[in-house]
Design a protein around this ligand. Structure first.
Ligand SMILES: [Zn+2]
Ligand SMILES: [Zn+2]
Length: 421
């Protein structure tokens, strides 16, 4: 069980007198005050980095805090530990015979879920467990958009987490953390959003990370796949057998992990049984000849079985995948990373893959630290953003946690994303 110190709760008799010390003498910053009606207390938080002091003042004589102060005087009341999964933490403690005041988590301040451990089991200390409300909204969909004669359906294969610093390269944390606040391990939540294109044929672009990841990696990457691609396909009225073309923007595991699956005998087989799989020829060469820098991203189990099954087609720059759908090389992230241009009746949508992984990556220099050729990414983005603004492209953001697609709007030289889906 991983836990972080969230706050130390202090029971106070007179909030004004306490603030005269904690705020005025110590100089701590009062962040906010909240009345918790169910507990008959007023909680004042003084934030200090990732932890805080919580001053608790009773608002009624029958409040537990009033009784505590009456019996023992003002002073240390409880210690709160922040956990990622409070249900798992409570199950873990119950299995070890720990005396829990709350066997089931209940609502706490600021939208958190909380539960208390009895001091009898914690050496005289009242311990609160707290699972904060997620700081970033998660959007799953599916969501459909008509583009001329084509139907586009954005799906979700769940969410994962990557180091926020690595996701924003040279951009300082103080700039990106307001947009995508990191968790206690410095990670930010990211979506995995394959896109269905239905025209003459039914195609899927990328397929998320799939279900082959082991428990250790799933923890490192904070995998959340309670709702995944099979659910999303079903919600869109599709099954894996309906997919005729599977297209890879590039061959990193978070994009093509879902290309293969294990059958009953444990053998790796194509996950979409009737599909032809299409990848870029030189991206394939790079993925099957990895080096120290990209080996952890190119997992052979995700794509080599496709070649062995004879369902793989390799194509070159600007290949037309089906009418209205073309590869366009962006490079940068990998040497042959592709965005997918989707056009019908004068309208254009772009599956931007890892060129604009999230809507926060719109500013030209906001380039991922993962990119092998960041100056190539920058050059591509400069030209592409101008084009996208002028022509009103609908952009699909594969890793954006809280939306599927939007358009770049430019005003007074500043660009922002207007959400569409
Ligand atoms: Zn990638
Ligand atoms: Zn990616």
């Amino acid at each position: 069980m991983k836990a972080w110190l969230d706050h130390v709760g202090i029971a106070v008799g007179d909030l004004g007198a306490s603030l005269a010390f904690f705020r005025d003498v110590l100089g701590l910053h009062v962040d906010d005050t909240e009345d918790v009606a169910s507990q008959k207390v007023r909680a004042t938080f003084l934030h200090m980095g990732p932890s805080s002091l919580e001053l608790l003042e009773a608002t009624a004589p029958e409040s537990a805090i009033a009784k505590f102060v009456e019996k023992r005087g003002a002073g240390l009341h409880h210690v709160a530990l922040r956990v990622e999964d409070i249900d798992a933490a409570l199950a873990h403690l119950e299995a070890r015979g720990v005396h829990l005041i709350d066997r089931v988590a209940r609502p706490g301040a600021e939208g958190a879920r909380v539960a208390f451990i009895h001091p009898a089991s914690a050496h005289g200390v009242l311990v609160e467990l707290k699972q904060p409300r997620p700081r970033v909204d998660r959007f799953t969909g599916p969501v459909t958009h008509r583009l001329g004669d084509l139907e586009l359906i954005s799906l979700s294969d769940g969410f994962f987490q990557l180091d926020g610093g690595a996701m924003f390269g040279v951009v300082p944390r103080t700039l990106w953390e307001t947009r995508l606040p990191p968790d206690d391990r410095g990670r930010i939540p990211l979506g995995m959003r394959p896109l269905i294109v239905r025209g003459q044929q039914t195609m899927i672009i990328d397929a998320g990370c799939g279900d082959k990841m082991d428990a250790k990696s799933a923890d490192i990457y904070g995998l959340e796949r309670a709702y995944h691609l099979d659910h999303a396909l079903a919600d869109a009225g599709l099954t894996a057998a309906d997919i005729e073309i599977v297209l890879a923007s590039h061959l990193h595991f978070d994009h093509v992990g879902g290309f293969t699956a294990r059958d009953e005998s444990g053998r790796l087989v194509p996950r979409f049984p009737k599909a032809r799989y299409i990848a870029h020829r030189q991206e394939w060469d790079d993925a099957t000849h990895p080096h120290e820098r990209n080996r952890a991203s190119y997992l052979q189990e995700n794509f080599v079985p496709l070649q062995e099954a004879g369902v793989l087609t390799l194509v070159d720059d600007d290949a037309e995948i089906m009418p209205g759908v073309k590869f366009r090389r962006s490079g940068g992230h990998t040497a042959h990373h592709q965005v997918v241009m989707i056009e019908s009746r004068g309208e254009t949508a772009v599956f931007t893959a890892d060129m604009y992984p999230t809507a926060a990556h719109i500013p030209d220099p906001w380039v991922m630290g993962y990119d092998l050729y960041p100056m190539d990414t920058l050059a591509f983005k400069r030209a592409f953003a101008r084009e996208a603004v002028e022509r009103g492209y609908l952009l699909f953001f594969e890793h954006e946690p809280s939306m599927a697609a939007g358009r770049i709007r430019e005003q007074d030289g500043r660009r922002r994303v207007e959400r569409v889906l």
